[in-house]
Design a protein around this ligand. Structure first.
Ligand SMILES: O=C(O)[C@H](O)[C@@H](O)[C@H](O)[C@H](O)COP(=O)(O)O
Length: 229
């Protein structure tokens, strides 16, 4: 089931998405001792993180992890972990447990076994996965030109696979399509004319030119799309 929510600006979108995420986490906390929230990096989530970190819920039972990571140390400004630590794991959310994707190993490929073992031990299903989308139709780090894209889209893919991004830092770790779709609910947020154009294409059906289309072209996992102009 795909539901779209349109907002007139990014701040309204952020407040609404944060409130929907809070409700989703609370519902999951009613039935699971610990719940997982997997978030994306990039610029779009920052106002959502800043609203979400102030909501009242039992953050001590929330595990925050990433949808994808750029293979750089946490001192690098491109690190998604650094972004999450700076903007989400603050205020009320400071007591949440964070499970990083960056292991410090020399390559993302090398980190796959360790990371997949870590992810296998996380409570399932994930309560919420929050995705962004690029102008090229990528979501998480499932990029159209990545040589590992098919492996990342495969139904039997492990939770995490190394991928190749379109822009530096190109070495990435990503949740795979089956791991994304194993969540109770998937959220997708985006803004901007070029992303609206890609979204319209992606809604036409699964097409590896726009990897986000694989999230949209299925009905097993509820997907809520939050967009602004
Ligand atoms: O780490 C990343 O690069 C991402 O998780 C990626 O999938 C992101 O969500 C999109 O590229 C949108 O990024 P913006 O929000 O910056 O447009």
């Amino acid at each position: 089931m795909l539901q779209q929510h349109a907002f007139s600006d990014g701040q309204q979108l952020a407040l609404a998405l944060a409130s929907e995420l809070a409700a989703t986490l609370r519902n999951a906390l009613d039935v699971q001792q610990e719940v997982v929230l997997a978030v994306s990096g990039g610029k779009s989530p920052v106002p959502v993180f800043e609203a979400l970190r102030e909501v009242e819920l039992d953050w001590s039972r929330v595990i925050v992890t990433l949808v994808d990571e750029r293979w750089v140390s946490t001192s690098d400004p491109a690190s998604n972990e650094a972004l999450v630590r700076q903007h989400l794991l603050q205020g009320r959310a400071a007591v949440a447990r964070f499970v990083p994707m960056f292991t410090g190993q020399s390559s993302a490929r090398q980190a796959e076994p360790l990371l997949n073992a870590t992810f296998a031990a996380l409570p399932r299903p994930f309560a919420a996965v929050v995705l962004g989308m690029g102008d090229d139709g990528h979501t998480a780090s499932l990029f159209p030109a990545s040589p590992q894209l098919d492996a990342g889209l495969a139904a039997d893919a492990p939770a995490c696979l190394a991928q190749v991004g379109a822009a530096a830092p190109t070495e990435r770790m990503s949740l795979t399509l089956p791991a994304i779709l194993a969540a109770r609910k998937v959220f997708l947020q985006f803004a901007g004319a070029s992303k609206h154009a890609v979204f319209a294409e992606a809604l036409r059906g699964a097409d590896r030119r726009w990897p986000v289309s694989y999230v949209l072209a299925q009905s097993a996992t509820p997907v809520e799309v939050f967009h602004a102009p």
